[in-house]
Design a protein around this ligand. Structure first.
Ligand code: AOF
Ligand code: ZN
Length: 384
């Protein structure tokens, strides 16, 4: 049975109830933010006789899946899940990965009804979980509409890696009021104020990896860690076709989470020096001496990166836009600084009409101290 949530075809009835429990499951799933990759964030709520008897979410890769957490939670409180309705934000899995299949467990527990918000795009699952449940006589309701859109957006990186073979890419640009992202000497440190930087740190913690070009490393020596909020440090990625990153760069850190993506046949000595200082160097297929961006993204997907935030500089962000490999954009504009020189985004788009320009869909604008942030989905991004 497929129910379109937005139609609310049973006034005041079952659709609204399904949506409420599924929204609860989605907020449980969000507890895993920044911790589950390369697995998705999944939440689960078990309901019996109109009462929530168990809840759970997937905490991190390798740990039990959301359904198992919720079943264990119900059991630990003395409930029997036989005949219950299980709300799970992602189709239950059907395969043996690091953990056994959740669909089989739900069958073994004799649950009566499973409600899902989206199919699992992982080819090892993709409909098989639902078939296992149906074949065992369990009713399965696949919700559609807004709740499905929210579930897919929460796991946009997981969907992108399985659908397009690359992470979901957000661009973060900080610029002066006149649209310049650096000064003529390349410096771009502290364009925006503390509130905006705090927001940028929150975003780092929500992404599996952040990326900058070697130009930014040479000009600003950034750390790219999460310091202004609590959160997990993302992987730090440097696009560096000719291995110009100094082995003393702060971005390398000591946690083994700095990856330098370089062109093939890189300088062996420089590579060794960087590896000795704690960075991982990956050679990526290149064209014209430059790392191929799509290949760079594929390499990162292979390392478990589902979501990537590119932070600069202007050349790198422009390249992502030019190649149509950008899905989301956040622009921080310093409302009271005019540089009068330096680089802006230069995509060489050649638009002849303002109507043809890149657009942000569902854009929103926030005032952050003395700065303004505008964010939205980029029109060049493929669908979820
Ligand atoms: C679920 N519930 O909470 C998650 C699911 O290696 P494993 O065993 O952890 O399997 C990982 C895959 O299982 C992952 O790629 C996705 O297809 C599914 N994740 N499935 O039913 C969960 N995290
Ligand atoms: Zn599972």
């Amino acid at each position: 049975m497929r129910i379109k949530y937005s139609q609310q075809n049973f006034p005041g009835g079952i659709t609204i109830i399904h949506t409420e429990y599924m929204s609860r499951a989605l907020s449980l799933a969000r507890n895993g933010l920044g911790r589950t990759s390369p697995n998705p964030m999944v939440g689960c709520v078990i309901v019996k006789d109109g009462q929530i008897i168990g809840t759970g979410w997937h905490h991190k890769c390798g740990n039990p899946h959301a359904e198992i957490e919720a079943i264990n939670d119900a059991h630990s409180r003395g409930h029997d899940v036989r005949g219950s309705t299980v709300y799970v934000t992602l189709e239950p899995c059907s395969h043996y990965g690091k953990t056994p299949p959740c669909a089989n467990r739900l069958v073994a527990e004799w649950v009566g009804h499973v409600v899902t918000a989206m199919r699992d795009p992982n080819p090892k699952v993709n409909g098989r979980g639902i078939s296992i449940l149906r074949e065992a006589g369990i009713t399965v309701t696949e919700l559609e509409g807004e709740i499905t859109e929210s579930a897919k957006f929460l796991n946009k990186g997981f969907v992108f890696v399985h659908k397009y073979g690359r992470p979901f890419v957000s661009l973060k640009a900080a610029m002066s009021l006149d649209g310049r992202m650096n000064l003529a000497n390349g410096s771009s440190k502290w364009i925006t104020g503390l509130e905006a930087r705090t927001e940028a740190h929150r975003m780092r913690a929500e992404n599996d990896a952040v990326l900058v070009g070697v130009g930014t490393v040479l000009a600003d020596d950034p750390e790219l860690t999460v310091r202004l909020v609590d959160g997990v440090n993302p992987m730090r990625v440097i696009l560096d076709s000719r291995l110009r990153t100094p082995p003393s760069a702060k971005v390398i850190g000591t946690d083994g989470k700095c990856i330098i993506l370089t062109a093939e046949n890189s300088d062996r000595q420089q590579k060794k020096a960087l590896e000795d200082s704690g960075a991982k160097v990956e050679e990526v297929p290149s064209s014209g001496g430059h790392v191929d961006l799509f290949q760079a993204l594929r390499t990162l997907a292979g390392l478990g990166v589902l979501t990537l935030m590119a932070e600069g500089g202007p050349e790198v962000l422009s390249a992502f836009l030019r190649e149509g490999l950008a899905d989301y954009m956040r622009i921080f504009t310093a409302s009271a600084k005019i540089f009068g020189e330096g680089r802006g985004l230069d995509v060489g788009a050649g638009f002849r009409d303002v109507k043809a320009a890149f657009t942000l869909t569902g854009a929103r604008t926030l005032i952050l101290g003395g700065d303004i942030m505008t964010e939205g989905r980029l029109s060049c991004s493929p669908g979820l």
